[in-house]
Design a protein around this ligand. Sequence first.
Ligand code: ADP
Length: 482
Amino acid sequence: MSSVGPSGGPSAVARGAEAVVGAIIEVVDRRYRRTGPFAKRGDRRTAYRRHEDRAAHATLGFSTRACAILAADASPEATLASLLALIAGVAGARRAAVVLPGDERVVAVAVGAGEDPGQATDLAAWLDAATDRPRSERATSPAARVVVVALQQGRTGIGSGVPPRPARIAIPLGDHEAPVVGLDLRSSRAAARAGERLPEILREQAAGFLLLSVRVADAARQRARDAAADVERSRFASTVAHELRTPLTGLGGYLDLLLADPSGDPAIRAEFLERSRRIVDSMTELVNDLLEVSRIEAGSIELTDGPVPLADVLAAVREQVEPVAAATDVSLQIHQPSRLRVANGDRRAIERIAVNLVGNAVKYAEPGGRVEVDVALDGPVVLLAVRDSGSGIAPEDQPRIFERFSRLDRHRATPGTGLGLPIARDLARLMGGEIGLASVPGTGSSFVLALPGPTRPDPGAVAAALERAVAAEDERLDGPHP
Ligand code: ADP
């Protein structure tokens, strides 16, 4: 094996594969010596031994090639595709698929370059239906996730083109926990022979190699996730430090000025103290938002799960946001919904989301602008739309404003933490809801919160209702009277 790890020595996969192939060669070799050409001629019951020899040869050949595939350090998908092509080749099949057991039922199937993936997904769907599962399991996850893995070179098995009388066969590679292989064959005769061509010992080997490749892929995915989380954590820490340093520098400056001239002009001293007060307020807001982010991240936020009348939520919003709207000359129209408009979730969290959306609409509206809040039902889903006549958000900025600390350049002078929308979206999702946005630059924006109603619709229904609502808001903004 020539695969080399990052430190210059053989990679862990290559070392593991070498150990596996060593053990296999030993087992097969022992068998081969007992029954192969080195066994005493008189001891041999020829026909039986020939069959055994063939099985041992086939297994040894299979294992050697499977080890070479694993040691090649290709991508997890390419490794799985090559193993499936190898199994198909050994079984005399045109293509192989496999049901992989685990928390999530997955059917993987290989497809070669230039091949029609439709044939591959057909085999995968057939195999999913052909392999038995307890009824309870079928009820919770009706169909397996199909993963089509691409072969980097070569064919997915033996032969090509449309066979005259195609046949399919499912072969378990061990007990009920083991993977099950599905084969596409040229004829029912080939299907009958496929079982013989995959003797028990080879099936065990195939199961081992398939599971090993899946485990290596899982480990690689986990490593990539951990690395991304590390990068995100350090980026977050440095952004927090930066966000705190800026107001602290300002605060330090005012304190220095006050200390340097203790008997200065009382009006100027009062002004400096007032500015310091505002800085402390904005830092308190930032720290509170950071605490909320960390509670959400740590999963320690406790949300209740009960009926929340939107009328109560909007009464609280009015109380908090109306004074700001009045002070900035923004007209705030909250269409008070009937008490029958009830969402299912946590009152404090829903209030926080609504205050953030309406507060933003007022904060970023031009003086003299208009903000309108409406509640509607779409089947079992409750929708809260917050429309403003602000300057709108360009399409490329729309996903960005839901990222932590992300603020539009033109709003940097307006006080804010850049954490309100990401917190709002996280809270909505924790309650089975979602936030969508329709916006037309120069015309205004409409943020829509979708929440499950008391009948607790499934996530698909919430997503579909939000999509319809955002499309309607888009049309409204585009129309002659936004
Ligand atoms: P904050 O308002 O504290 O900056 P948010 O996460 O609530 O943080 O919002 C992020 C950014 O999204 C804001 O800084 C602003 O640039 C933009 N934004 C949010 N709501 C609106 C709105 N209604 N109209 C225009 N821009 C908005």
